[in-house]
Design a protein around this ligand. Structure first.
Ligand code: SAH
Ligand code: SF4
Ligand code: F3S
Length: 446
C-alpha cells in the first residue's frame, strides 16, 4: 500500500471532501499522519479569508525540500484556493503535481493516471453549472471503521452572492443532491460504520431542493432521515436567515432526532451594512425569526458568524452589531475581520476600515460574547442534559466527552468508560469557557 497524507483547512465541507478523496483512493493508499513517509501529499485549501489562503502557500513551501529528496512524491493542492488560482499555482510552485478544484477532486484517480502517463502536472479546475456530486459509499474496508459522527454533503455551491464572499465563485452554483442518494449514504453510515450522528452540510441548507423539481424541501428531508433506525441525532449547517421557514422551525422543535441547535449567521447588526452585504434580511426580520424559533423551541441554542469592519462600517453600525449580540444572546459566535477577496464585489467598495479599527472591534465582539457565553454556560449548572458520547476526553483520560443536543461540549466522570456512541444523561457540575463539566447519571441508549 502507498501512503497518503491529507492536510485539511477550511470548513466541514472541506473535511468531508478530504474524506471522499480518501475513499476514492483507499484501494491503493492508506492514510498516514506523517508527511515525510507519504507517497502522495494533498493540501485541501480554503480561500474564504486571506489568512487561510496564505496557509496553503506556507504549507506547500514546507514540502519543497522533501520533493527534492523524493522526486517520486506527488504533491497536490485541492479545494477552494486550487479552484481560485488554478494553473497559476504551478507557476508559483513548480514542484506541484496536482491542482484539483472543488469539482475536479472527484477525478483524482484519473488525474494520478495522467501524471503517471504524461509525466507532467494535472490541473482539473472546471466548474460546471450542472455538476452532479458522485455517490461515493464506504465499502468493506472503511466499514471496519467505527465512527460516532459523520458528515453528509447534501448540496454544493451557493447562489446568494453576499458581496464579501468568494464561495459562490469557487464552489459554483447551488445544486442539491438527490434525496435517495442522501438517504442511501446515511443508511450505509449508520449500518456499516455505526454512525449515531449525522451533520448535513451545505452553504445554505434551508434552500435544499428549491431549484430541483420533485425534491423534498429541507424540512421534509430531515423528517425522512430521522426515520433511519439507529441514527440518534441529526445536525445541519449552515442556515441562511432569509430562508428559515416556519415549517423548518417546527421540525427542529418537534422532531426528537433533530438537534436543538442552529447556526444562523447574522454577519452584521446594522441594516445599512446588511444591505451592502446583500444578505436580504433586516435586523428586525432576524429578531422576529429568532423570537419565533424560541417560542416553538425554547431550549434551542443559536450560534452565529459576525464580520467586523465591512467597508463603510461606522462606529454606529458596529454598535448595532454589539446590540444584536445582547438582544439575541447567542450560545457562541465566530467572528472575523472583513478581508477583501478575489471576485467578491465588496473589494471595490469605498471606505475600507483600517486594520487597527477592525482589530478593536473584533476584540470588543470577543469580550461581549465571552460574557454572554459564560452566562449561558453557567445556566446549565445543576441541570441534567443528554450527551452523545464521542469517546474518552483528550485532556483527561479518566473522563468521557460528548456534546449536548445544543452542541455544547461536556467532559464528565463516569463509572464506565466504554460508552462511545451511547446517549447518556449527565448532571452538569461546572461551566468552563468553552465546555461544561459533569457527572454521569444514567444510560439512555447504548
Ligand atoms: N455559507 C455560510 C458561510 C460560509 S463562509 C453562510 O452563509 O453562513 C463562513 C463565514 O466566513 C461567513 O459566515 C462569514 O462570516 C465569514 N466570511 C466570509 N467571507 C468573508 C470575508 N471576505 N471576510 C471576512 N469574513 C468572511
Ligand atoms: Fe458566502 Fe453568502 Fe453564500 Fe454563505 S450565503 S457561502 S456567506 S455567498
Ligand atoms: Fe473555505 Fe471553501 Fe469552505 S472557501 S470555508 S473551504 S467552502
Amino acid at each position: 500500500m502507498k501512503k497518503l497524507y491529507i492536510k485539511t483547512f477550511g470548513c466541514q465541507m472541506n473535511e468531508n471532501d478530504s474524506e471522499k478523496v480518501y475513499l476514492l483512493l483507499k484501494d491503493e493508499y492508506e492514510l498516514t499522519e506523517n508527511p515525510l513517509e507519504a507517497d502522495l501529499i494533498l493540501i485541501n485549501t480554503c480561500s474564504v479569508r486571506e489568512k487561510p489562503e496564505h496557509k496553503l502557500y506556507s504549507e506547500i513551501g514546507r514540502f519543497k525540500e522533501l520533493k527534492k529528496k523524493k522526486p517520486k512524491l506527488i504533491i497536490g493542492a485541492m479545494g477552494c484556493v486550487a479552484q481560485q488560482e488554478g494553473e497559476k499555482l504551478l507557476e508559483r510552485f513548480p514542484y506541484l503535481d496536482l491542482v484539483l478544484g472543488t469539482q475536479g477532486f472527484y477525478r483524482i484517480r484519473e488525474a494520478l493516471e495522467e501524471i503517471a502517463k504524461k509525466g507532467k502536472p494535472a490541473v482539473y479546475t472546471e466548474l460546471k453549472e450542472d455538476f452532479k456530486i458522485p455517490l461515493i459509499l464506504s465499502n468493506e474496508k472503511s466499514s471496519k471503521r467505527h465512527r460516532v459522527k459523520a458528515y453528509i454533503n447534501i448540496m454544493q455551491g451557493c447562489d446568494n452572492f453576499c458581496t464579501y464572499c468568494i464561495v459562490p465563485y469557487v464552489r459554483g452554483r447551488e445544486i442539491s443532491r438527490p434525496p435517495e442518494e442522501i438517504l442511501k449514504e446515511a443508511e450505509e453510515l449508520v449500518k456499516k460504520e455505526g454512525v449515531k450522528e449525522i451533520t448535513l452540510l451545505g452553504q445554505n441548507v434551508n434552500s435544499y431542493g428549491k431549484k430541483e423539481k420533485d425534491y423534498p424541501d429541507f424540512a421534509d428531508l430531515l423528517e425522512r432521515l430521522s426515520q433511519i433506525d439507529g441514527l440518534l441525532r441529526i445536525r445541519f449547517t449552515t442556515s441562511h436567515p432569509k430562508d428559515l421557514s416556519e415549517k423548518l422551525m417546527k421540525v427542529i422543535a418537534e422532531n426528537p432526532k433533530v438537534c436543538k441547535h442552529i447556526h444562523l449567521p447574522l454577519q452584521a447588526g446594522s441594516n445599512r451594512i446588511l444591505k451592502k452585504m446583500n444578505r436580504k434580511y433586516t435586523r428586525e426580520e432576524y429578531l422576529e425569526k429568532v423570537e419565533r424559533l424560541r417560542e416553538l423551541c425554547p431550549e434551542i441554542a443559536i450560534t452565529s458568524d459576525i464580520i467586523v469592519g465591512f467597508p463603510g462600517e461606522t462606529e454606529e453600525d458596529f454598535l448595532e452589531t454589539i446590540d444584536m449580540l445582547e438582544r439575541v444572546r447567542f450560545h457562541e459566535v465566530f467572528s472575523f475581520k472583513y478581508s477583501d477577496r478575489p471576485y467578491a464585489v465588496a473589494r471595490n467598495f469605498e471606505n475600507k476600515v483600517p486594520e487597527e479599527i477592525k482589530e478593536e472591534r473584533l476584540k470588543k465582539v470577543h469580550e461581549v460574547q465571552a460574557r454572554i457565553t459564560k452566562e449561558i454556560y453557567n445556566s446549565y449548572v445543576n441541570k441534567e442534559v443528554e450527551v452523545l458520547v464521542e469517546g474518552i476526553s483528550e485532556k483527561d483520560p479518566t473522563k468521557l466527552t460528548g456534546r449536548t443536543t445544543t452542541n455544547v461540549v461536556v467532559n464528565f466522570k463516569s463509572p464506565r468508560l466504554d460508552l462511545e456512541g451511547a446517549l447518556v444523561k449527565v448532571v452538569i457540575t461546572e461551566a468552563g469557557k468553552h465546555s461544561l463539566k459533569g457527572e454521569y447519571k444514567e444510560t439512555l441508549v447504548l
